[in-house]
Design a protein around this ligand. Sequence first.
Ligand SMILES: [Zn+2]
Length: 421
Amino acid sequence: MPHPSGSTSRPATTPFTVNGRTYCPPPRPVAVLCLDGCGDEYLDVSLAHGSMPHLGRLTQQGYRGMVRGALPSFTNVNNAAIVTGLPPAQTGIGGNYFLDPDSGEEVMMNSSRYLRADTILAAAATAGRRVAMVTAKDKLREILSHKMQGISFSAEKANQAVVETHGITDVETIVDRPTPPIYSADASLFVLHAGVRLIEQGLADFLYLSLTDYMQHKYPPEAAESLDFYRAMDTEIGRLVELGAIVAATADHGMNAKTKLDGSPNVLFLESLLTQRFGAGIRVICPITDPYVVHHGALGSAVTVYLPPALNVAEVARWLIELPGVTEVYDRALSARKLELPADRIGDLFVLSARDVVLGRTPEHHDVSALAGPLRSHGGRYEEMVPMVLSGPLRPEYVAKAAADPRNFDIFDFAVNGVHA
Ligand SMILES: [Zn+2]
């Protein structure tokens, strides 16, 4: 059920505990932003060009640093981690896509039935906050709003939101913008503007705003299109701060060019290579796979490999790590420990590739002609470190936390508990 709309009452400050952490919300709006695909260099270049004056001010008055995301550095994995405050081993979401051990089928992991933890958003709503969860891609909406009382909708399907399932209707009027195409800068800008409008109208005081990385897949930081996009995002961030919100921004992953020097995609087709060397029956699953193929052609820098029982796992791992372009190979048990992955939802091996290399199955499996431009992608170690920006100065214990090994999925803790209100 939605909360009564348009309330101007003070935001609730009742503490709540979820997934082992207690959150003591301040009496002001809190807006956590996931700037999808925002490697720190996008902020650096935009700041240097004067495209982000509000962010520049936040950096001076508040905090800007780096946090470590969850691996594989994919969207669903990190969004699930952020809304729960937990690593993938505990959320159960280790990819966009996986091989369901029960059915043997390859399926999208975008349903809340795969989520193994409660969310901070649902707990905040139960504690009396007016919660809104707005995503660019509709694929994330259902999983991130799991068991949550409040508002949830996507930019992609904004005009389809209805009170019964989304806690809101007539979104285009409330946001004062038409539903944007998913392959656009507007898909992300709509989400941020929705956050502004929901706070302005007293409809929400605890928000998670999750964008899409279409622009970062398409353009490097110094492109004019990127600078325009970051300037427009900065305007919305400025409005959120003006409205009295604590603004906390991080990313799900960074983004790197995955091309050879001639600009062609730099791909290792692992299933083909493994089959050539070890024979039939080997399956490579690309956990980046999702319906938005224009972004990346289902090519990222992490895959998991299922081997037939006859093969020796250690021998295959040894062969893989020798391949130029492969940087890390772990068996299932090590993946669970070192990469914090759910052991029952990965194959026998988990493989990461170099900064400029992506991993695929077979040439036939990936339609690189669908790509909108030179391949830029993510998924591995080199897209793991992402920025964290907070609009206010940190309390002393959070200064220490920020200097240690903070994670992008600590962002709600930092925003709610760590900023001087
Ligand atoms: Zn992403």
